[in-house]
Write a protein that binds this ligand. Sequence first.
Ligand SMILES: NC(=O)c1ccc[n+]([C@@H]2O[C@H](COP(=O)([O-])OP(=O)(O)OC[C@H]3O[C@@H](n4cnc5c(N)ncnc54)[C@H](O)[C@@H]3O)[C@@H](O)[C@H]2O)c1
Ligand SMILES: O=c1ccn([C@@H]2O[C@H](COP(=O)(O)OP(=O)(O)O[C@H]3O[C@H](CO)[C@@H](O)[C@H](O)[C@H]3O)[C@@H](O)[C@H]2O)c(=O)[nH]1
Length: 442
Amino acid sequence: MDIAVIGTGYVGLVSGICFAEMGNHVICVDQDINKIAALQNLVSPIYEPGIETFMERNVQAGRLEFSSNLIQAVRHSELIIIAVGTPSLPSGEADLQYIEQAAAEIGRAMSGRKIVATKSTVPVGTNEKIRRIIAQHTEVPFDIVSIPEFLREGSAIQDTLHPDRIVIGLDNRELEAAMVELHSSFTDQIFVTDIRSAEMIKYASNAFLATKISFINEISNICEKVGADVTEVAQGMGKDPRIGPSFLNAGIGYGGSCFPKDTKALIQIAGNVNYEFQLLKSVVEVNKAQRYKVIEKLKESLGQLHDTVIGIWGLSFKPNTDDIREAPSLEIVEALINMGAKLKLYDPVAMGKFRERYDHPSIQWCGNALEASINADAVCLLTDWQEFKEISLSQLIYQMAQPILIDGRNVYAKEQIEGAGLHYYSVGRPEPIAAFRSQVSV
Ligand SMILES: NC(=O)c1ccc[n+]([C@@H]2O[C@H](COP(=O)([O-])OP(=O)(O)OC[C@H]3O[C@@H](n4cnc5c(N)ncnc54)[C@H](O)[C@@H]3O)[C@@H](O)[C@H]2O)c1
Ligand SMILES: O=c1ccn([C@@H]2O[C@H](COP(=O)(O)OP(=O)(O)O[C@H]3O[C@H](CO)[C@@H](O)[C@H](O)[C@H]3O)[C@@H](O)[C@H]2O)c(=O)[nH]1
C-alpha cells in the first residue's frame, strides 16, 4: 500500500519505518525542514535503539522517503496517517492545533479517494472533528479510521513490529478487511471496534498503567514505614494472573511524553461531561509527590542541602531514550538547585536535550557516572540505565565525600549493596540500610 505519514516524531517515524519494513511504500512528512533534512541524510532526530539500521535498509530498498511536501505525499498515497503531537494545554486538555492544521492541509491536498487514519492520541470525538475539517476543504470522498498507537520509547521498533495488540476503530465496515490485512503482518491480535471506543481505549490503557505505578508507589511508602520490601510485595502480587507482574516497579514516579499528558487529558475529557475522575486525580497527585521522596531521603541523610555536592545518575524519563519530556529529573534537579546544592549530572544520552531545556552555574556536566560521584556528598540514581546497574559500588566509597547512595529505581540487589560500605536508600526496601548501619557500628 502507498502510505503518507504526517509528523515524524516517535510515532510517525517508527510506524513509517515499520510499514516500509513490511513492504509498503511510505512517505514520512514533517513541517520541520531541519528534521526532514536530517532524515534524508539518514540521521534520526530521536535516540531509539536500532532505528538508523531500519531506516537505511528501507530507504535503500526504495520503500521509505522523507519529504516536507505534504501535498505530493497525500496525492501519491491511499492511506494518510496523522501522527502529529497532541501536547497539554495549561488546563491539561489536549491541544489539538496540530491535528486541526494537519486535517485542513490533508483536505486541501486530496485529489482522489483516501483513508485518513489517526495514530496521535486524541480525545473522544476528535476523529469526527477531523472528518468535518477535511470535508470543509474537499469534495473528494474519504474515510476516517482511528488506529491508536501503543509503542513505548526505548523499544519502539520492536513494539511496532511485534505489538501485543492493534486496535482499529472504524465506522465504514467495508474498510475492515483492508485495514486488518495491512496490519496482519505485525500480529493476529487485531481488535476492531467503533471510532469513539478506539479513542477511549488509548486513554484508558495509559491511565490504567499510570494507576498501577502510583498504586505500587504508595505501597512502597507504606512498606518503608512497616518494614516490608516493596520488590518482594510486587513479585508476590504479580504471580496472580489477575494482577500481573508488569508496571509494578516502585520508583520516583512516571514521566515521559505520554502518561503525564494523557492522564491530565482524560481528567479533562471526563470533566467536560461533568464527571469527576477522582481516582485518576489521585494517581496524578501521588505521582507528583513521589518525585520529592528522593529529596526527602537526601535531607534525612545529609541534614540541610545548601552547599552540598550531589551526583545525579540519569536524566531521561526512562532508559534507552534521550527524551526528557516530563522527566522527574527536571523537577528534582531544579528543586535541589533552589535549595543551594551543587550538582554533578550524568546521563548516557540525554545530557544534550536536558541542557537545552535547563542549565545553571551550579551544574557540572560529567562524562561518566563515576566522574559524577567524585567528591559528592551523595549520589542519586534517577534513571535505571543498564550501565548504572553494572557499576562496581565498592569503588564509590573511595571517591565520594560521603558514601550515600539514593537509588530512586531500586536497581541494586541486596547482594550488591551488602559489603559495599554505602549508606543506601532505595524505594520501599528497608533492609540494605539496616545492613549498612550494622556494618558501621562494628
Ligand atoms: N512518543 C510516544 O512514545 C507515543 C506513543 C504512542 C502515542 N503517542 C502519541 O502520538 C502523537 C505523536 O507523538 P510524538 O511523540 O511522536 O510527537 P512529537 O511531538 O515528537 O512529533 C510530532 C511531529 O509532528 C510534526 N508536525 C506537527 N504538525 C504538522 C503538520 N501539520 N504537518 C507535518 N508535520 C507536522 C512536528 O513538526 C513534529 O516533528 C501524540 O498524540 C502522542 O500522544 C506518542
Ligand atoms: O513499573 C513501572 C513502569 C514504568 N515506570 C515509569 O513510567 C514511565 C513510562 O514508562 P513506559 O510506559 O515504559 O514508557 P512510554 O514510552 O512513556 O510508554 C507509555 O506511553 C506510550 C505513549 O502513549 C504508550 O504508547 C505506551 O504503551 C506506554 O507504555 C517511565 O517514567 C517509567 O520509568 C515506573 O515508574 N514503574
